[in-house]
Design a protein around this ligand. Structure first.
Ligand SMILES: NC(=O)c1ccc[n+]([C@@H]2O[C@H](COP(=O)([O-])OP(=O)(O)OC[C@H]3O[C@@H](n4cnc5c(N)ncnc54)[C@H](O)[C@@H]3O)[C@@H](O)[C@H]2O)c1
Length: 700
């Protein structure tokens, strides 16, 4: 039984035991109601304690049930059973009381918690609002202003902060059940009132109205939450706690919940949530797959990437050796690491002591032989195949047997690198994103011969260093950058065809990306892509090529770092300013290329960029370079700032409809753009009326 009742003389203890996190499934809701009724009917019982078994209190609703029609009893039914109880109900919290878990706790008359407990209403992160009284009861305990902030951000509070805010009444030292029972007995002995939160008044700061507060909060979060209805709805519902009667506001809250749940933003966020979990499952790797122990790591190259990669390991207490070619390069690399930590300390996000502990994890060397005792070596030298091969063949001779040899290459063939060693099974790609100490995404490149335990170990260590790992196959640019090239290429063509950088960037920003492709290019530096294009040479003649990007670099405009790129910049300011010189260049280049420019609607701009991304994603999927469409979504939401509320590019395609995407791609291709040859998988799914989610379900 997921919920059970034990009588300890005068106190009834109701325990929720629904591993792993005591989610509020229908069976749990049922059990909560029936156990409470049983305890109420027992004359020997004077008070009730509600507690979770295992590692946590109720950590939330059962999200899988969100896609089903709601089943009785609802959570509101269960909660009102506690609230209406004639005997005091004390909720005992350890681990986390989140979402429906905290709403359940708020329905109890009193709440106690262990010092390490956390509480929160994170529904907004799934595009929802707390739909079982959270927006009504929380403001009655903590005041309207604080409730608005907590609910619209979804932030958690630690037990001490929750105590200060009035969410919990007491912190228990020692055994929680015993502490909660003692607290309940004391209530009975004192004849304490049944504190029904619904009967309290939601407090407003002097002279402020709920509408005022909601408007001010909305203004504060508008930029971060653009395109998402949930934060605004959270504020609106909290405001109802002041202006409406409790039951009417509760009903309204439920209606808003249902509206949000049915909307595309919540669907996208829920998809993103499940996609991240699914990405952890890798074909050929199971619970029984062995892992190798990683106690010491070496990083080759302390440049832009190497230092940041090393920080990830130092942060979790794994000793890491940075290896460079010369002392000055090593010193420069270590100085950047020190500077990064110092900046975090000065922002108050890291203690000096912790920084010292982390720095103590670092050692440096100018000899590759320093990698001899490392359990994992990550190579992050220049992107040059000959150099990487040279390093890997040396590592093969130097490293101890069983060491994992990883390359941080962003484009090169990991199999070709592995082939220079006598241990290709130990070679893998770990594609970190810049800045490597900050960005969550890690593309793990599975080589043809990479052993299952090497892959498993790399996945595990990635999670340990707080990355979101996604396994991809060997191909040019792997998944993320390969798709990005298709996207930026179309953005470039749009300039020749009639748009300006600021038009494209505005549309992409409004879609929810942190910035458009031209602002992004200026930030990253335009010279990098230029050099790659020069090295690779022009594509075949039937493939379109726009010279504009090359000309921008040849004008000395390398992006923000040179004060000008696609935009111009004022010294010390990163704001891009449109530049008439660029417009002139675009017009002249279009004329020289014989292209007649025309106006583009915002929709046409969006389609051109996004559908290129999606079409390439479909090719990657069919080639088996990603295991799931949802893996591609994880890559984009975690590595490229793709808005989570759209779920990722492949989920967005499903939302738009694959038939629409396919027709638009086909039209571009038929119009003469060879780059846009429709992915056969996209064509097939569109014809069959299916989605990428269907493909995932059929193939995993
Ligand atoms: N910069 C990015 O945004 C980014 C993102 C993902 C992946 N990558 C990849 O990471 C790798 C490193 O890129 P980066 O931007 O850090 O380059 P970088 O030029 O900033 O740093 C490379 C470092 O490697 C050192 N080095 C060169 N040869 C060496 C050798 N034989 N032994 C030891 N050290 C040596 C250099 O002195 C230099 O400090 C490349 O493969 C690149 O494609 C870069």
């Amino acid at each position: 039984m997921p919920v059970s009742l034990q009588n300890h003389g005068d106190i009834a203890v109701i325990t929720v035991d629904n591993p792993p996190v005591n989610a509020l499934s229908q069976a749990v809701r049922n059990g909560l109601v029936s156990c409470t009724q049983e305890a109420l009917a027992d004359d020997a019982v004077t008070a009730i304690v509600l507690i979770g078994a295992g590692r946590t209190f109720i950590a939330g609703a059962d999200i899988r049930e969100f896609n089903l029609p709601s089943a009785q009893p609802t959570l509101n039914d269960a909660i009102s059973t506690f609230e209406a109880s004639s005997k005091p109900v004390v909720c005992a919290i350890h681990g986390t009381a989140l979402g429906g878990g905290l709403e359940t706790a708020l329905g109890c008359h009193y709440r106690v918690a262990v010092a390490g407990a956390m509480v929160g209403l994170p529904e907004v992160k799934l595009g929802l609002l707390p739909g079982a009284g959270g927006t009504q009861r929380l403001p009655r305990l903590v005041g309207v202003e604080k409730a608005m902030k907590l609910i619209s951000s979804g932030d958690f509070l630690a037990a001490d902060k929750a105590l200060d805010a009035g969410i919990i009444d007491h912190i228990v030292d020692g055994d929680l059940t015993a502490g909660a029972m003692a607290f309940a007995r004391q209530l009975v002995a004192d004849g304490a009132p049944l504190k029904r939160v619904r009967d309290l008044q939601a407090a407003l700061p002097e002279g402020r109205s709920a509408a005022d507060l909601a408007a001010a909060e909305m203004k504060a979060i508008a930029r971060r939450t653009r395109g998402q209805p949930a934060p605004q709805k959270c504020l609106e519902s909290v405001a109802n706690a002041v202006t409406m009667d409790f039951d009417a506001a509760l009903q309204r809250e439920r209606e808003i919940f249902e509206e949000l749940k049915a909307g595309p933003e919540s669907q996208g966020l829920r998809h993103a949530f499940f996609a991240e979990r699914a990405a952890g499952k890798v074909p050929g790797v199971s619970k029984d797959t062995a892992t190798r122990e990683i106690k010491k790591v070496a990083i080759i190259g302390a440049g832009t990437m190497g230092g940041g990669i090393a920080m990830n390991f130092a942060n979790v207490g794994i000793p890491v050796t940075l290896i460079e070619t010369a002392q000055d390069a090593l010193d420069r690399g270590l100085a950047i690491v020190t500077k990064n930590y110092t900046a975090t300390v000065s922002k108050g996000r890291l203690s000096r002591e912790k920084m010292d502990q982390r720095m103590a994890m670092f050692s440096g060397a100018v000899e590759l032989s320093a990698a001899a005792d490392a359990d994992m070596v990550i190579e992050a030298v220049f992107e040059n195949m000959a150099l990487k091969k040279e390093i890997f063949s040396k590592l093969d001779a130097i490293c101890k047997p069983g060491a994992i040899l990883a390359s941080n290459t962003s484009t090169l063939d990991v199999d070709e690198i592995a082939a220079v060693t006598k241990r290709p099974q130990d070679v893998i790609g770990t594609h970190f994103f810049s800045p490597a100490n900050v960005m969550k995404l890690l593309e793990i490149v599975r080589g043809e011969k990479t052993a299952a335990d090497v892959l498993n170990t790399t996945m595990k260590i990635a999670k340990k260093i707080a990355k979101v790992p996604v396994v991809v196959g060997v191909c040019d640019g792997f998944v993320g950058n390969r798709m990005l090239h298709a996207y930026t290429r179309q953005a470039g063509f749009l300039l020749e065809d009639g748009a300006l950088p600021q038009d494209v960037d505005r549309v992409i920003y409004d879609f929810g990306m942190p910035m458009g492709p031209f602002t992004m290019g200026d930030m990253a530096g335009l010279d990098v892509g230029y050099r790659v294009r020069q090295e690779r040479g022009r594509p075949a003649a039937n493939y379109r090529y726009s010279e504009i990007a090359d000309k921008v670099v040849e004008m000395g405009r390398h992006g923000q770092k040179t004060g000008a790129g696609w935009y111009k910049y004022v010294a010390g300011d990163r704001t891009p300013h449109p530049d008439p010189e660029i417009e002139e260049l675009i017009l002249a280049s279009a004329a020289a290329a014989g292209v007649t420019r025309h106006d583009f609607s915002d929709d046409a701009i969006l389609q051109r960029c996004m559908f290129a991304l999606i079409n390439e994603g479909a090719k990657i999927l069919a080639e088996g370079k990603a295991y799931r469409a949802s893996d591609i979504d994880v890559i984009y939401t975690n590595g490229y700032g793709f808005p989570s509320f759209r779920g990722g590019p492949m989920n967005y395609a499903d939302q738009v409809g694959l038939e629409t995407v396919y027709q638009a791609v086909k039209e571009m291709f038929d119009g003469g753009d060879e780059w846009m040859d429709p992915a056969p998988l996209l064509a097939r799914l569109a014809t069959e009326g299916k989605t990428f989610a269907d493909w995932d379900a059929e193939n995993n």
